[in-house]
Design a protein around this ligand. Structure first.
Ligand SMILES: Cc1ncc(COP(=O)(O)O)c(C=O)c1O
Length: 411
């Protein structure tokens, strides 16, 4: 939904052309169908279906009992910021060994979303351009617009595994470019950049004359959800030379299934961290104290905890792949991370049809909800989430395949 013209008369210019999050909207539509008793299979989920780890729940209860519920420092409790630097220093090993991140480089935020928003507000002036590889997580362009920036898409196609290459990055550069957003593992495609691929992009940012003032915002929120043991590479692991102009964003939402606890963070050089702390101090202040203590406990979980969830997601991905393959004309690329398939449905679209009407028909006729790719910048694709149990995945895939087969006869 974009705001109506007449309502915009009362609202700031900043809101024109900015839309409501379609995935949240879709989820609401599905919930209301379910409430009416309709048998809908929901494959739109953007959150893990696992429960929050017990240690996090226990830590939150203890924090309540110990009255740890006053205002916290704007940038977060020290213990949590230290745990975040420990994690980041491990994932960015050269930096960790030579000039490690300190607690003062961290801002704990209201989900990764606020860390991204803080980054754009802190760095962008009106008219600055932000390079966004497409397909992209749907909130990036709107956040950039609210912050006064101009989203500039770099298209990465299905045939290139939905990853941009150095020559595309080089030709997208220009005098107004201020930020490049990277997101690996990626929502919606599940694509992951290898260390070499990141290093090749970094090479452009280090050497191209027009890239000298460009910052990287690396959204690493799915770092814990890598499939088939595909190794996760933080951008600064591949490009430590760019530490002075990179903001690493991460949080508890996906890996620890703590979406509703709203804990994210940024790790960034002093100058931007100070700017973001001022922004946050005058807007939300420090984040919910209890959720911070709970997050500290969850960050201390052994790797094994996260690996077993990733293993579970791998099993679900394989189940979905095996079943969706039965619709032979789908363009299926196998995700390496996160919990989505991003599927080309072009062969099944009638002339003039896009993924929005495709998804509406699929919901109406087969009672399966998936997200239209148009919201991620690809009108002929759909995003199908496997963050649900195996029975639901199987039933959903069977309905999708049956629906696609029936399309031939409907003509
Ligand atoms: C790529 C990406 N970045 C950031 C976020 C926001 O995460 P949070 O819920 O921690 O704000 C999401 C959530 O869906 C996401 O998919």
């Amino acid at each position: 939904m974009t705001l109506k013209q007449e309502n915009l008369l009362h609202l700031s210019q900043r809101l024109s052309g900015v839309s409501e999050s379609t995935t949240l909207q879709l989820n609401a539509a599905v919930q209301s169908m379910k409430a009416k008793g309709l048998d809908v299979i929901n494959l739109t989920a953007g959150e893990p279906d696992f429960w929050v780890p017990d240690v996090a729940k226990e830590a939150a209860i203890k924090a309540v009992q110990a009255n740890c519920s006053k205002y916290t420092p704007v940038t977060g409790i020290l213990e949590l910021r230290e745990a975040i630097t420990q994690k980041t220093n491990q994932q960015q090993s050269w930096i960790g060994q030579t000039h490690p991140w300190k607690a003062s480089d961290v801002v704990v935020t209201n989900g990764a979303k606020q860390a991204l928003f803080n980054s754009f507000l802190a760095l962008l002036d009106s008219g600055d351009e932000v390079l966004i590889p497409s397909p992209y997580w749907l909130s990036y362009p709107d956040m950039v617009k609210i912050a006064g920036g101009i989203p500039k898409l770099i298209k990465s196609s299905y045939s290139q595994g939905f990853k941009i290459n150095p020559s595309q990055l080089k030709s997208a550069l220009g005098p107004k470019v201020k930020i490049l957003i990277l997101n690996s593992p990626n929502n919606p495609t599940g694509a992951m950049y290898t260390r070499d691929e990141f290093a090749a992009l970094a090479d452009i940012l280090i050497h191209a004359p027009q890239a000298q003032g460009v910052w990287v915002v690396s959204d690493e929120i799915y770092d814990r959800i890598t499939l088939d043991n595909t190794p996760f590479c933080s951008f600064l692991e591949a490009a430590p030379e760019l530490a002075h102009r990179t903001i690493t964003v991460n949080g508890m939402s996906k890996g620890a299934a703590m979406t509703g606890w709203r804990i994210g963070w940024s790790v960034a050089p002093k100058i931007v961290t100070e700017g973001m702390a001022i922004l946050q101090g005058q807007s939300t202040s420090g984040i919910n104290a209890l959720a911070q203590w709970a997050s500290l406990a969850a960050l201390g979980l052994p790797d094994q905890y996260f690996l077993s969830q990733a293993k579970n997601f791998t099993k679900r991905r394989n189940l979905m792949l095996e079943n969706l393959k039965k619709a032979s004309k789908l363009e299926l690329s196998v995700p390496d991370g996160a919990f989505y398939f991003f599927i080309g449905v072009q062969a099944y679209l009638k002339s003039g049809e896009d993924s929005i009407s495709f998804c509406k028909n699929l919901l109406e006729k087969a009672k399966v909800a998936v997200v239209p790719g148009v919201v991620f910048g690809e009108p002929k694709f759909v995003r199908v989430s496997f963050s649900t149990d195996e029975k639901t995945i199987l039933e959903g895939c069977q309905r999708i395949v049956q629906y696609l087969e029936s399309l031939k006869t409907w003509g």
